[in-house]
Design a protein around this ligand. Structure first.
Ligand code: AMP
Ligand code: FE
Ligand code: FE
Ligand code: ZN
Length: 283
């Protein structure tokens, strides 16, 4: 499996702007060797991505970015090569997607008091069955001319302190780690150092996740700060966790480019060796 390894990308099945097939073609064009499709709370893009990867030489790692919540803090968990038919995963992700939809409707209802926007604007920015998130609301705000792009929307109108925000239901990280392992998958904490060294999760909490089967930390990610990374290196060494890196590509929805951060081949080999729920696709 030669070529750079990018283990965190999104398609229009969640908040990426390209279909799974377009994403796979973009990865092939960018010279990526192994690509994980990790849409938020959904595996609905796996099959289309597999079909598109067929015959290209690309190795596709089916994955997902699992929304979890610890108190008020949103924690993202990357899950690789689990069984998408596992009942617990199906039930939990359906619950989250439903809660995301209700929450997005609530946010838009509050926005509609002050801005010219309605729910249909958000639906117009979302593909059928997609996991709905603030990025779709951002796209609707852009389409209505209220902000120039997604990033501007997140920095202003959609910011948690804007007054329009609300969180959505998500399981706690420990429940999610256990579920991913129960489904034969390999769990990695996504971008755990975005708010600096002191906001990285406490040792005691990390230990509980490690005991439940946490495999690694996504340290090489553009949003982890320098001090956050420093702390994560210490924790990875202390708990024997693997280190991954990835782009968190969202198509045109974010500046992140495919392959801008990558994972060592030996780490991917260990992920594949530990997983029992699904196989990587290569043809
Ligand atoms: P939500 O899960 O609905 O709260 O929305 C969070 C999602 O928005 C994340 O998964 C990111 O992909 C995306 N996001 C967060 N900040 C930004 C930003 N500044 N620009 C574009 N997308 C963002
Ligand atoms: Fe996202
Ligand atoms: Fe994330
Ligand atoms: Zn992501």
């Amino acid at each position: 499996m030669p070529g750079p390894i990018d283990l965190h990308t999104h398609s229009s099945v969640s908040d990426g702007t390209e279909t799974p097939a377009q994403l796979v073609r973009a990865a092939v064009a960018a010279g990526i060797g192994s690509l994980a499709l990790t849409d938020h709370d959904s595996t609905a893009g796996w099959e289309e991505a597999r079909t598109a990867a067929s015959g290209t030489g690309l190795t596709l790692i089916p994955g997902m970015e699992f929304s979890t919540r610890h108190g008020w803090k949103s924690v993202h968990l990357l899950a690789y090569l689990f069984d998408p038919a596992h009942g617990g995963i199906i039930a939990e992700t359906a619950h989250i997607r439903e809660a995301r939809l209700r929450r997005a409707e609530n946010i838009v209802a509050r926005l509609a008091v002050d801005y010219d926007i309605e729910w249909a604007d958000v639906v117009a920015q979302t593909t059928e069955g997609a996991t709905v998130g603030r990025p779709h609301i951002a796209d609707a705000l852009v389409a209505r001319g209220h902000v120039p792009n997604r990033s501007a929307a997140f920095e202003s109108i959609l910011h948690p302190r804007s007054g329009y925000f609300e969180p959505h239901y998500a399981p706690d990280p420990l429940t999610a780690v256990k579920l991913v392992r129960a489904a034969g998958g390999v769990p990695v904490l996504a971008h755990p150092g975005t708010r600096g060294r002191d906001a990285v999760l406490p040792e005691r909490e990390l230990k509980a996740l490690v005991d439940a089967g946490l495999f690694g930390l996504e340290i090489h990610h553009r949003e982890n700060t320098a001090s956050g990374r420093e702390r994560l290196y210490e924790l990875a060494a202390q708990f024997g966790l693997a280190i991954t890196g990835s782009s968190d590509y969202h198509g045109e929805g974010k500046p992140n480019r495919l392959g801008e951060n990558t994972t060592e081949p030996a780490v991917l080999a260990r992920i594949i060796a530990e997983a029992t729920g699904s196989a990587p696709f290569h043809a």
